[in-house]
Design a protein around this ligand. Structure first.
Ligand SMILES: NC(=O)c1ccc[n+]([C@@H]2O[C@H](COP(=O)([O-])OP(=O)(O)OC[C@H]3O[C@@H](n4cnc5c(N)ncnc54)[C@H](OP(=O)(O)O)[C@@H]3O)[C@@H](O)[C@H]2O)c1
Length: 344
């Protein structure tokens, strides 16, 4: 089997995760790297044996099929359009981008050129989450009452000072709702679909020099009556594992870092799933590095199959857009200081 050949865009934190993860996926190979700085690109390519390097995608001469975007949030649209113009499939880091208008541009460009667009919301590859999704789709929990998501992380001032784009509205796009908690907001929209109405409050409580929230809370109401809450934070020392509590007619489920830790559902057996500890150990509570690559391995593997089979990846642009829409609506509600309706 010929591997799907990738050019990696960016040489920062998550780029390293892509290098390490791709090395473990038989059907994928990185054949080039692009950086704003051609010297850095050359050094990075040499250090990790990535083949060719360059300052932009259109300078890469080696044949390749797809790009991996390891660039900041608000640059994913720019980089997707550049790749699509060259006829390359796109696997981008989360979030899809920071505005719905840019997300729509990305989706349209890839659809028009018949290119795959995949997004690294890797929590969807967690065995426990996959099992939960199946049970929820089958209505196994009965009527859904509520879901409460807690993403209480800690980032010091040094995190926001570590790069000029962090904490900016234009490129980061927001604080913990779009940056740290977007993975778990994605799980929520995947499990339950989009709510109909949203209330929210956000604040800058502990950091300086940032344009985005460092703490916030949202109340979501679904059309069927289910009520959800989300707390997303980078001020909650020392940083805690992500908790999702689901309460329904037949009982309750608690997941912690995408593992089922409590199962109190009448008449429904707890799903037997292999531990995803390796996929989500740490899960970002205290720092940015994703040293456990198994989630990205699964995303890359699925993306390569999608390219080969001409199907959508597990997390397509449209799927990631739904999560983006909920986050954008949370910000809109916080700004308006009132409940707002979610419009598609
Ligand atoms: N899936 C996950 O679990 C996960 C975890 C962490 C981060 N992420 C996502 O990964 C993306 C990158 O985050 P990161 O932590 O890797 O950030 P980072 O360390 O700042 O790396 C981003 C890289 O993008 C390149 N870049 C190109 N244009 C840039 C610009 N105008 N400003 C800044 N950098 C630019 C830079 O490489 P060059 O200078 O070489 O061009 C930079 O090193 C974000 O979208 C983030 O949300 C995802």
């Amino acid at each position: 089997m010929q591997p799907v050949r990738f050019v990696l865009v960016g040489t920062g934190n998550i780029a390293g995760t892509y290098v390490n993860a791709t090395a473990k996926v038989a059907g994928a190979k990185i054949v080039g790297v692009v950086s704003r700085d051609t010297g850095r690109a050359a050094a990075y390519a040499a250090e990790h044996s990535l083949g060719e390097s360059g300052g932009s995608l259109d300078t890469i001469e080696t044949d390749y099929d797809a790009v991996m975007l390891a660039t900041p949030n608000g640059l994913h649209c720019r980089d997707t359009l550049a790749a699509a113009a060259l006829g390359k499939h796109v696997l981008t880091e989360k979030p899809l981008d920071v505005t719905i208008a840019k997300m729509d541009e990305m989706i349209a460009a890839c659809r028009k050129a018949n290119l795959r667009l995949g997004v690294a919301f890797q929590r969807r590859m967690s065995p426990a989450n996959i099992a939960m999704k199946k049970l929820l789709d089958n209505g196994a929990l009965g009527k859904l009452y509520c879901a409460d998501l807690s993403v209480k992380f800690l980032r010091g001032q040094d995190y926001y000072d570590s790069a000029p784009w962090r904490g900016t509205l234009e490129v980061d796009g927001g604080g913990p709702f779009i940056q740290q908690a977007s993975h778990n907001v994605d799980t929520l929209t995947w499990f339950f679909g989009l709510p109909a109405r949203v209330q929210a409050a956000t604040g800058v409580l502990a950091h300086t020099g940032i344009e985005v929230e460092d703490h916030g809370a949202a109340i979501l109401t679904w059309a069927g009556g289910m009520i959800g809450t989300i707390v997303a934070s980078t001020v909650t020392a020392p940083g805690y594992p992500v908790r999702l509590e689901i309460h329904a007619e037949r009982g309750s489920v608690l997941t912690v870092n995408d593992e089922i830790v409590a199962w109190d559902v009448e008449g429904v057996q707890r799903p037997e799933v292999e531990s995803a500890e390796t996929i989500h150990s740490g899960a970002g509570a205290g720092g940015v590095a994703v040293t456990d690559t198994s989630g990205h391995e699964a995303i890359i593997e699925d993306f390569c199959s999608a390219v080969r089979e001409g199907r959508d990846p597990a997390v397509s642009g449209e799927e990631a857009r739904r999560t983006g829409l909920l986050i954008e609506t949370i910000y809109r509600a916080a700004k308006a200081h009132r409940e707002v309706e979610l419009s598609t």
